[in-house]
Write a protein that binds this ligand. Structure first.
Ligand code: FE2
Length: 429
């Protein structure tokens, strides 16, 4: 007796008519016409069954706080940081838990199975840390939440940030974060990278730094991050998030930098929605896009995953926990328009991000965790094009969210025409 069988799935490798049998949280078989009994049977109707979306960069302590205590008028990163500084003292642990749980429900409905969330450690009361550790425990039956100790105001610039970051790690926060471009000087930024990487090495942890989220081509902390990764033997465990200054860097310097990143096995996480919104704000025309060099990093062999970063918070007023929106934006800003490039953009919000987070047994394959999303689309490109409707989401072999396919009854031309949203381009009725 299986726990769950999903019938008639199309897989991301193009295989059709697949039945997926799950037991004890794992995928036990993927074959045509599995007839064994199961406690729950779900008909995928020929639609795409993908591994769940993975969001490798988010701020769950700030999400859904839009307008509290006021809006970000300039729209800049720096006003967002100042506004977050106004919100921190007036929010409670309970406020953060309530907002984070609401977000986790929405993320689950949108097919996100794992999130890496930064949590601000520049708070002597560590309210965000307390809240998100509680949330990590509460959601573990349907969502894998990985937390990064993030000294938002600078681990050297803020007088108690280092001590509080260490306390957060002692409490069980998973990953070491940082923000070198926000330290007072370039020298302090480099020193913060060294100190934080040493902490990660001593504790056997991963590193994920907000790195060079700036239009300043001289913001080169990624170079130091790659150097420290190699010096301390942290290859494969370190990520540079944002890396927007690389957009503005001199091409000759980048021709040296990317091989250094490859040698160090550093991963990259651009955040397309937020980077296109916040960068280039000091430009007149032409305005820089501010997304890092995604194609060049990928082609050099660096693992690149797209993150969402923000939703309805001091930095970004929009968002709906939709990693297909993120892939869609990354695709456009990076001009990743060939068939292979568009398929890769789907991987950037699934497989690549899972690899960066170190998720084990990820994928729709025999022996993997029985985590997946059923999308109202038939391939990866169609999923991005439509930002496809999520018909069902499974976690550990249990359906945790379900919906019905979206159809429209078109009455415009007199008769009623049933139109399935996934069929719009091919003219099916
Ligand atoms: Fe961020």
């Amino acid at each position: 007796m299986f726990d769950l069988i999903v019938k008639n799935a199309t897989l991301t490798d193009g295989q059709t008519g697949a039945d997926i049998a799950c037991k004890d949280g794992k995928i036990e078989a993927i074959e045509a016409d599995i007839t064994a009994d199961a406690k729950d049977v779900f008909d995928a109707g020929g639609y795409l069954v993908s591994p769940p979306f993975v969001d490798p960069h988010f701020h769950m302590d700030a999400t859904l706080s839009l307008g509290t205590p006021r809006m970000n008028v300039s729209g800049t990163l720096l006003e967002g940081i100042a506004l977050w500084g106004e919100l921190k003292p007036v929010q409670s642990v309970e406020d953060i838990v309530e907002r984070a749980l609401r977000y986790c429900n929405l993320a689950t409905a949108k097919g996100i199975g794992a999130i890496r969330s930064h949590v601000d450690t520049c708070d002597d009361a560590l309210k965000g840390v307390q809240a998100l550790l509680e949330v990590r425990e509460k959601v573990k039956g349907y969502l894998d939440l990985q937390l990064v100790a993030f000294p938002q105001d600078g681990v050297l610039r803020d007088p108690t940030a280092m001590e509080n970051t260490m306390r957060a790690l002692d409490l069980g926060v998973d990953v070491v974060g940082g923000i070198p471009h926000f330290e007072r000087t370039m020298v302090d930024g480099a020193e913060s990278v060294r100190l934080l990487c040493e902490i990660a090495a001593e504790r056997g942890l991963m590193v994920d730094m907000h790195c060079d989220e700036s239009d300043d081509p001289m913001s080169r902390h990624i170079e130091t991050l790659a150097f420290e990764t190699q010096r301390l033997g942290l290859q494969g465990r370190v990520t540079g998030s944002h890396l927007t200054s690389m957009h503005s860097m001199d091409n000759y310097y980048v021709s040296k930098l990317i091989p250094l990143m490859v040698e160090a096995g550093v991963h990259a996480i651009p955040n397309p929605l937020i980077n296109i919104m916040l960068q280039g704000r000091h430009d007149s025309y032409p305005k820089r896009r501010g997304q890092t060099r995604v194609r060049e990093l990928r082609d050099a062999g660096i693992t690149v995953g797209f993150g969402s970063d923000c939703m309805m918070d001091p930095w970004y007023s929009l968002g709906k926990a939709d990693m297909l929106d993120v892939a869609f934006m990354g695709l456009h800003v990076g001009q990743l328009s060939s068939r292979a490039d568009m398929e890769w953009c789907f991987d950037a919000v699934t497989e690549n991000s899972a690899r960066i987070m170190g998720l084990e047994d990820y994928g729709v394959r025999k022996g993997c965790n029985a985590n997946f999303v059923v999308l109202q689309a038939t391939d990866k490109i169609e999923a991005i094009r439509l930002r496809a409707h999520r018909i069902a989401v499974a976690h550990a072999g249990r359906i945790v969210s379900r919906s019905t396919p979206v159809t429209h009854e078109i009455t415009a031309s007199g008769g009623a025409l049933k139109l399935n949203e996934a069929d719009m381009a091919v003219g099916h009725s």
